[in-house]
Design a protein around this ligand. Structure first.
Ligand code: SF4
Length: 472
């Protein structure tokens, strides 16, 4: 049975006991995090760029209706069409109808989290249209009938040995004795297999990192060039994007692209940054005959004007995932829906409802690293905290947690008692730790302590230390 966001706790337990997954996650810890830090250190104006990026997105969100209309006008002027989709179902129907009306049998697809959000592949298959993912990570997880475990690196939960086994299982027309031990050989094989698919596809579907209002352009950034082949070779190109991807100008898109690549992969710029404006024009050597953009709302306009509006500034770089101790411990599949990590913990309850995703805002230590590295400076911990408050207010959490919180609140409202109890507990914890300096077991927190040590208190409470400091 497919897991959902409701299964987070069980999924997380399974993930922690999966040695393969734990090994795969360690490469994110070492790779993306180090590369981002180096890229940021090498760009003195990075902090200023973050402010600019944030200002651009805030401005767009304040005037989203105007920019969306301006964008549509430009797309039409350049020979394309914009389709408005209020819900995931609307978006699926629009795309399936576009494909079916042209007798499409196969579509190639560039990487698109919106396509995952609306469940596009299942809808296409139901209509007897074969979707073929062309991004390497997406191609691999499609072979395994899995969902992405990371918003920029969908197959980051897998080892090269698992991928090799999948290729041998599926590419049965290739010589069984071929060497697939190196990542470069796996990439070459995927390219070889996909080459003909680009030629045979009737429709190419891509996402968009940005949509530019002043020109009606969609922008994709990739490292494999698959997006370019997907959108230029078939006769029809369909872009699927959510409404907050709009930016006013080419200049604005360039600012955000500089932030995106550095934050996502630590690159100055990705290998391919492709701007598409309409279909093929007279004299063009290639390009699609038809150009369609499906603009998805799916709950986003309801976030405008609320405390969650700033979540719409997200440029899907994945930096908050890469720096989140919870995500790095359990991986993306534990979250049970399309978006994982801190950005998923905030966005998912907005899109599918808090009741369905109630565990996700709790999947955080509130260490604050996500906000620290977010290029858009999105206050992710603050919004997760709000969701936790809502969980309590709506009686959605477990009765035990509720009881414990009520007890804590009783003491917190009585500062004298609270201070006294805190001193008592601190002393008790020091005694329990013995000379080890950490606690290896703790009643009422066995689950927490099972996977980590709790450093023993230094003997004094925070409030006592603060008082001493104030007194000089
Ligand atoms: S919330 Fe920030 S760090 Fe996370 S994916 Fe979005 S832009 Fe990147």
């Amino acid at each position: 049975m497919e897991s959902t966001a409701r299964d987070f706790e069980n999924n997380a337990k399974d993930a922690l006991q999966n040695p393969r997954l734990q090994h795969a996650m360690s490469s994110i810890r070492c790779g993306f995090v180090r590369k981002r830090a180096e890229a940021v250190a090498a760009l003195p104006e990075f902090e200023a760029l973050r402010d600019q990026g944030r200002d651009i997105k805030n401005h767009v969100l304040e005037h989203l209706d105007i920019y969306l209309e301006a964008y549509e006008k430009k797309v039409i002027e350049s020979g394309g069409l914009v389709h408005w989709a209020a819900t995931a179902e609307d978006a699926r129907n629009i795309i399936v109808d576009l494909c079916a009306a042209r007798g499409a049998r196969m579509v190639t697809k560039g990487k698109s989290m919106i396509s995952e959000e609306i469940g596009l592949n299942a809808a296409l298959e139901e209509a007897n249209i074969r979707p073929v993912e062309t991004d390497l990570g997406e191609y691999i997880i499609q072979l395994r009938a899995e969902t992405p475990s990371h918003i920029t690196a969908p197959a980051s939960h897998l080892s090269k040995y698992q991928i090799e086994a999948d290729f041998r299982r599926v590419h049965t027309d290739l010589p069984p004795g071929r060497n697939l031990h190196e990542p470069a050989l796996l990439v070459r094989e995927a390219r070889q297999v996909l080459r003909q698919k680009y030629i045979d596809a009737d429709v190419g579907i891509t996402g968009a990192n940005f949509l530019i209002a002043e020109t009606g352009t969609s922008v994709i950034v990739t490292n494999e060039g698959n997006g370019d082949l997907t959108q230029t070779m078939p006769k029809i190109h369909i872009v699927i994007a959510s409404i907050e991807k709009i930016v006013p100008t080419l200049e604005d898109a360039s600012t955000l692209i500089r932030l995106l690549a550095r934050s996502a992969t630590g690159q100055d710029i990705t290998s391919y940054t492709t701007f598409s404006t309409g279909g093929r024009r007279t004299g063009d050597l290639d390009g699609p005959e038809e150009y369609h953009v499906v603009l998805l709302d799916n709950g986003r306009s309801a976030m405008l004007g609320t405390r969650f509006q700033e979540m719409l500034c997200c440029i899907r770089c994945g930096a908050c995932l890469n720096h989140c101790p919870v995500y790095l411990a359990v991986g993306g599949h534990a979250y049970g829906w399309v978006y994982s990590g801190p950005m998923g913990a905030v966005l998912t309850p907005n899109l599918i409802g808090l009741e369905e995703a109630v565990h996700l805002p709790n999947a955080s230590t509130f260490c604050g690293r996500c906000e620290e590295v977010c290029p858009m400076r999105i206050a992710l911990p603050r919004m997760m905290r709000y969701w936790r408050e809502q969980e309590f207010a709506q009686h959605l959490g477990s009765p035990t947690t509720r009881k414990l919180l009520s007890i804590w609140a009783w003491f917190a409202k009585r500062p004298k008692f609270y201070r006294h109890l805190a001193r008592l507990v601190a002393k008790m914890l020091v005694r329990m730790a013995g000379g080890r300096g950490y606690l290896a077991s703790l009643p009422l927190a066995r689950g927490w302590i099972k996977y980590r040590d709790l450093p023993a208190p230094q003997g004094k409470t925070f409030q006592d230390m603060w008082k001493e400091r104030q007194n000089g």
